[in-house]
Design a protein around this ligand. Structure first.
Ligand code: PMP
Length: 398
């Protein structure tokens, strides 16, 4: 059979388009600021980004990018191993290690590649990786890659250290990696880092926390590990620059020997070009800003708390997160997709998330430092009429 037959037979996206409920690849025409965006020529309140600190429009970050391009041009021009390593990368790595309290750091081209490259390089024949049930796709894919070199992948219940402990107790002595998100991407819940550390230390397992959604926001900017008081107790931490660091890229933090091993063995690091000068400079400038603001609580947290309480009071099922991310659960796919498109029509952009990225049907809301109380009042008003009037009417008509 023709290999591309499956593409011609793929109808799901067309069906959603025909029903007017296709939620993906909206083309934004630029951010007005970190809390707004322009969609089809109309300004919307942007509640669907990971731009928690709104640093993508910071004059310091933009200025650093302009300086880097003027000096280094637009590309790293090759793999860091051979010709694409810049002093900019090494300066960023030194500051990341210093800020997060690790001996060393290694910068990758994306957060996804960081997890892929770390897990697949560290785990192989004779090793087991235990993944949290809701671990990010990049940790799952890194583990899948590791199975090609003989690793075994197992799962433990989401944020359930007791389940992990039970399974580790039953595992004969093997070298074990335990990997989890620090803050779950869709639900916004915090991982029980202290409990996971205790279990891993008891059973001699190595813990990796991917704190893509905690850095810059929680723990005075240092993330969920610092918030849990576990600095120095989590051997591997990964992060993405595409969230609070307002850029592209990612990094792993660990002891110096582990980082040196990864520099020379991690295939996504070796066989892909270094992060561009602009992205490296943006992440570094954003890190400096986060460090400078470490004394005050990010506005994104207060905004999310306010919005979560208001949506809860309106009768929405919003779970119990304590991060800038709020899941809003709907009974079925049609209700969720209809809600998303009605919200857009009323100037509010949220993310539609379907299985397997989450259980059930959820809109994912994420607040940033740029969401003013005034903007949030408008959003709450739209959610109030969505529940009382718009969605019931829409469903009757459907
Ligand atoms: N880890 C987690 C938990 C994520 O949510 C994401 C995506 N935001 C990534 C890793 C991948 O990050 P990036 O966008 O830098 O590839």
């Amino acid at each position: 059979m023709d290999l591309l037959e499956k593409c011609r037979a793929y109808v799901q996206a067309d069906e959603a388009r025909d029903a007017g409920r296709y939620p993906y690849y909206p083309a934004f025409q630029g951010p007005a600021d970190g809390g707004k965006a322009i969609l089809e020529g109309v300004e919307v309140c942007m509640l669907g980004s990971n731009n928690y600190r709104a640093l993508n429009v910071s004059p310091q970050v933009i200025g650093a990018v302009q300086d880097a391009i003027a000096l280094y041009g637009t590309s790293a021009t090759g793999s860091r191993l051979l010709s694409g390593n810049l002093d900019l990368h090494e300066e960023l790595e030194a500051d990341l290690a210093d800020f997060f309290g690790y001996e060393a750091a290694l910068v990758f081209a994306t957060g996804y590649m960081t997890n892929l490259g770390v897990v697949s390089a560290l785990v192989g024949r004779g090793d087991v990786v235990y993944l949290d049930d809701k671990a990010h796709a990049s940790l799952i894919d890194g583990s899948q890659l590791a199975t090609a070199s003989g690793a075994v992948v197992r799962w433990f219940g989401h944020n359930n250290p007791d389940d992990l402990a039970r399974q580790l107790a039953a595992t004969p002595t093997q070298s074990v990696l335990v990997a989890t998100d620090g803050v779950s991407t869709v639900e916004g819940e915090l991982a029980p880092v202290a409990e996971l550390v205790a279990v891993c230390e008891e059973y001699g397992a190595t813990l990796l926390v991917d704190d893509a959604h905690g850095v810059g926001v929680l723990g005075r900017g240092r993330g969920v590990i610092e918030q849990a008081g576990m600095q120095g107790r989590v051997p591997l931490m990964t992060l993405s620059f595409s969230t609070s660091l307002a850029s592209q890229g990612g990094a792993v933090l660990a002891d110096a020997k582990t980082i040196d091993f990864l520099r020379h063995t991690s295939r996504p690091q070796i066989y892909s070009a270094g992060l561009s000068p602009a992205d490296t400079a943006a992440a570094h400038a954003a890190l400096r800003e986060i460090r400078r603001r470490a004394g005050s609580e990010p506005d994104a947290l207060a905004a999310a708390e306010h919005l979560r309480r208001a949506l809860d009071a309106l009768g929405y099922d919003v779970g119990g997160s304590s991060s800038p991310v709020i899941p809003v659960r709907f009974p079925d796919q049609i209700a969720m997709l209809s809600a998303q498109s009605i919200l857009i029509d009323h100037g509010v952009y949220t993310n539609a998330v379907l299985p397997p990225a989450c259980e059930g049907y959820q809109l994912r809301i994420a607040c940033t430092d740029a969401h003013t109380p005034y903007a949030l009042e408008g959003v709450i008003g739209v959610f109030a009429s969505l529940r009382e009037d718009l969605l019931p009417r829409y469903r009757q008509a459907a």
